[in-house]
Ligand binder design. Structure first.
Ligand SMILES: Cc1ncc(COP(=O)(O)O)c(C=O)c1O
Length: 349
């Protein structure tokens, strides 16, 4: 079975499994796990921030960051196509009492800057919730893995700095963004105060995310993590795979981005598929099969052809490339899509 549903399906590499077996560990709540500390320091260094904290998942990383940036009742300015809004169970509202001020994301994953500026609400006004943080996503999953441009990030940062509002970046796939835009990851990260990034997506580690930021922020984030029950003990066992992810898996991400583009170019040539291949710059490919074929039927028929793809967005289909997807797998997936859609055309004849 070729599994293109997500880069989260990746299995740990042999080197990761070995590193996990050999990991030197200690009680991380006493600050005594050297492998966790190594992962945190490596992460902070790579992203150009003072410190980092290891968390169980991207969802936990985003929530830890928002809880640390905001007081109860403070508002989060957020894109309406963001993962935090769609897929994180409303955790910020449920656990932090934080309302979302949602602004539309365009296809490039951006929020209109004028609207962001207008949405910022000052502290200390009776009646208004105060803006606690502006949250952005890079790459933006539901916008087809779009990479936020450096111009956009710089303009947003200028607005946020002017009003003294921090920016949090959900950088679950920030290394794919860096590869696609040929921009060092710390340069991208310099445009946000805090970043959450995932080890367990394209980087193929089994578990974990990091939140990076200033030393003072990360101290607060450790407390937020504890409140969420996410402070761990001998977590060096899983952090060890994360160290391998950061040292061995980052440089191969351009391959995933390239294979996604090959997929997109191939899909664009199939009658019945709607896609803008030029918009595919990272490892996420989103397209439509309707009206030619109901998207759920397309997904089921692909599975019957040995290719798993996911149901995404409004009637969308998603394919995500990762290190277990080869060039041959891409061609097999394209052949399957062609067969599925041509059988519909024959049926309609
Ligand atoms: C953009 C984005 N942010 C956050 C997450 C959450 O990560 P996790 O599944 O580790 O909680 C995901 C997961 O797919 C994601 O795509």
């Amino acid at each position: 079975m070729i599994d293109l549903r997500s880069d989260t399906v990746t299995q740990p590499t042999g080197q990761m499994r070995q590193a996990m077996a050999d990991a030197v560990v200690g009680d991380d709540q006493y600050g005594e796990d050297p492998t966790v500390r190594e992962l945190e320091q490596l992460s902070a260094r790579l992203l150009g921030k003072e410190d980092a904290v290891f968390v169980a998942s991207g969802t936990m990383g985003n929530l830890v960051a928002l809880l640390t940036h905001c007081g109860r009742g403070d508002e989060v300015i957020l894109g309406d196509e963001s993962h935090i809004f769609w897929y994180e169970s409303g955790g910020a509202a449920a656990l932090g009492g934080m309302p979302f001020a949602l602004l539309p994301n365009n296809e490039a994953g951006e929020m209109d800057l004028e609207r962001v500026e207008k949405a910022i609400r000052p502290k200390g006004r009776m009646g208004y919730p105060a803006t606690g943080v502006i949250s952005i996503e890079n790459t933006q999953n539901r916008c087809g893995g779009a990479v936020l441009s450096m111009e956009y990030l710089a303009s947003l940062k200028a607005i946020a700095d002017d009003q003294d509002i921090p920016i949090h970046m959900d950088g679950a796939r920030i290394f794919n963004a860096a590869a696609a835009s040929d921009t060092p990851v710390d340069v991208i990260a310099s445009q946000a105060d805090t970043i959450q990034f995932c080890l367990s997506k394209g980087l193929a580690a089994p578990v974990g995310s990091l939140v990076v930021g200033s030393g003072e922020f990360i101290q607060g984030a450790r407390r937020s993590r504890k409140i969420l029950g996410g402070a761990m003990r001998q977590s060096g066992v899983i952090a060890a795979a994360g160290v391998v992810a950061l040292t061995e898996m980052v440089t191969r991400l351009p391959e995933d981005n390239q294979r996604a583009r090959t997929l997109a170019d191939g899909l664009a040539k199939i009658d019945g598929i709607t896609i803008v291949p030029d918009a595919v710059v990272t490892n996420i490919v989103i397209f439509q099969t309707e009206p030619a074929l109901d998207h759920v039927r397309f997904i089921d028929s692909m599975a019957a052809h040995g290719v798993r793809v996911s149901n995404y967005g409004t009637r969308g289909v998603r394919m995500v490339t990762h290190y277990q997807i080869s060039d041959d797998d891409v061609q097999t997936a394209l052949t399957a899509a062609r067969e599925v859609l041509s059988s519909v055309a024959v049926a309609a004849d």
